[in-house]
Design a protein around this ligand. Structure first.
Ligand code: GAL
Length: 424
């Protein structure tokens, strides 16, 4: 069955191969030794983590040549558009980075662009190697469609310990604490919260954190499945809180990226930043020292909660080098691959049997929290809602962050929920 499928796909692949490789190679029936991997991992930590994963792949497959195609821009700002053009034009990369959850399923699986790959888990005896919740969000109608290579947390407040010490302050635990310390920093001319939303999604991520903190986890979930309205008093209060938080952000926030904003904290240019834990990988790559240059707490008001997202790779239909993709996915899913990639990337493994001693103290804490906290899906990174919806959410967040008009934001957010939420 599997063999027939690959023969059929090989036939479908020939035109793309001719186009890519030129006529001189066309005559050869030899399988290609290439594989193209597509991602947006170009920044410090992310690029290094990917290199480590590629090294494991190359050691296991010395005869294959991996083409590392990247398009810079955090959260796939630019990469996703390039990917869409390629997929729709019948020129898929062999495998591409995609967020587990709605982004994978709604954008690529339901529209029939992906092959099911449950057989990879079966062939490798990995059916019990991942938490069921993680497998569930890469599955559709009983089939697995991608291999999750990591788990990231996005409700983290990164802090500069020296600045807190200088002003005799404790890291904030509640939203009230946050405003207490933010006022002190502001009074002393220090930017309390670094934001780098030139690409908008960091503002969406900040807003999602504030909603979770103020409205609580049940409302957070209901908002994104459409059973809680945006004019619910707890959500309005969260939007008002977001506007208050903006009083404490750096004035150049719209001109800098998320990694720049993370850097502001480690450099002592700002006291705090809200970002996913790829920032931990970035800090390590820049040799910033844990507990000296940076530290962390859960976003205030979200202790015991873990907003998760996961990067994964799958097998597009018509992938030019299908057999090689299977080998790549076997590296992504393996213990060796995950233990090489994640400690550098700043993420925790999606497998449950990895070697914890290879991970930094921050990542060990993240693993402990992932095992015990309430897990909630990320909005900004493809887990909670579809890409079509999140694109609209980004537009509204952009306007809201500039105009700070709660009434108008409530109306606009509700209009998109009416259109996109699964349960209205
Ligand atoms: C996320 C992705 C992370 C990291 C981050 C910043 O969407 O899942 O792995 O790349 O963007 O670029």
């Amino acid at each position: 069955m599997k063999k027939m499928l690959s023969i059929a796909l090989l036939a479908l692949c020939i035109p793309a191969f001719v186009f890519a490789a030129g006529s001189s190679e066309m005559a050869s029936a030899e399988p290609s030794n290439e594989i193209e991997i597509f991602s947006w991992w170009t920044a410090g930590g992310e690029a290094d983590g990917l290199d480590a994963l590629i090294k494991v792949f190359e050691e296991k497959n010395p005869n294959l040549e991996l083409i590392n195609s990247t398009v810079a821009g955090g959260a796939g700002t630019n990469a996703k558009a390039v990917l869409a053009t390629r997929m729709q034009g019948g020129d898929p990369p062999d495998s591409f980075q995609v967020h587990a959850g709605h982004e994978l399923i709604d954008t690529w699986v339901v529209s029939d662009f992906m092959e099911p790959i449950s057989f990879i888990l079966e062939d490798n005896g990995w059916q019990d190697s991942y938490p069921q919740d993680v497998i569930d969000i890469v599955s559709y109608e009983g089939e697995v469609y991608s291999i999750p290579v990591n788990v990231h947390r996005s409700n983290v407040l990164w802090v500069n310990p020296k600045l807190f010490e200088k002003y005799g302050l404790e890291f904030p635990v509640t939203i009230a604490d946050f405003f207490k310390v933010a006022k002190v920093f502001k009074a002393n001319g220090v930017d309390a919260l670094a934001l780098g939303d030139t690409n908008t999604w960091p503002a969406t991520q900040l807003l999602a954190n504030v909603i979770l903190a103020v409205a609580g986890p049940d409302k957070y979930l209901e908002l994104w499945n459409g059973t809680c309205r945006w004019d619910d008093p707890s959500i309005v209060s969260a939007l008002e809180t977001y506007v208050m938080v903006l009083d404490y952000v750096n004035s150049d926030h719209a001109a800098i990226t998320n990694m720049d904003a993370g850097g502001y904290v480690a450099e002592g240019k700002a006291a705090m930043n809200v970002m996913g834990d790829w920032i931990a990988g970035y800090y390590d790559s820049q040799n910033y020292v844990y507990k000296t240059d940076w530290d962390w707490v859960p976003f205030p008001g979200t202790n015991g909660e873990f907003i998760m997202l996961s990067d994964s790779f799958g097998l597009p239909k018509n992938a030019p080098n299908r057999d090689n993709v299977i080998k790549w996915l076997e590296t992504c899913g393996s213990k060796d691959g995950q233990d090489a990639f994640n400690p550098i990337k700043g993420s925790i493994p999606s497998r449950t049997d990895c070697d914890t001693s290879k991970y930094s103290p921050y990542l060990q804490d993240a693993m402990a929290d992932f095992a015990t906290n309430r897990i909630l899906p990320s909005v900004a990174h493809g887990a909670a809602i579809s890409e079509s919806w999140v694109t609209k959410v980004h537009d509204i967040v952009n306007e809201f962050t500039t105009l700070k008009n709660v009434d108008s934001a409530v109306k606009s957010f509700q209009a998109t929920a009416d259109k996109y939420a699964p349960m209205k």
